[in-house]
Design a protein around this ligand. Structure first.
Ligand code: ZN
Ligand code: ZN
Ligand code: ZN
Length: 78
């Protein structure tokens, strides 16, 4: 089998054996990052292939302050 038949889609970091993560980092307003794929992942957000800001998520850091409608709903429900 010719070597060219084997196509490995390794990213640049994989090829260079660098520490990185293929998961998605959730970047919080305080600068902390969570890995959505691996709970044990401690890499910083920039070492991830994908980064999303937690403000884009419904229930994260911003939820209490930035979603007054949601807070009102919860207050009415209780
Ligand atoms: Zn990689
Ligand atoms: Zn990760
Ligand atoms: Zn957050």
């Amino acid at each position: 089998m010719p070597e060219s038949a084997v196509i490995i889609e390794a990213c640049a970091e994989c090829q260079q054996d660098l520490e990185h993560c293929h998961g998605t980092a959730i970047l919080h307003v305080d600068g902390a990052a969570d890995c959505s794929d691996d709970p044990d992942c401690r890499l910083t957000a920039e070492l991830h292939r994908f980064v999303i800001f937690c403000a884009e998520l419904d229930r994260c850091c911003d939820a209490a302050g930035a979603a007054p409608e949601l807070a009102a709903e919860q207050a009415a429900a209780s």
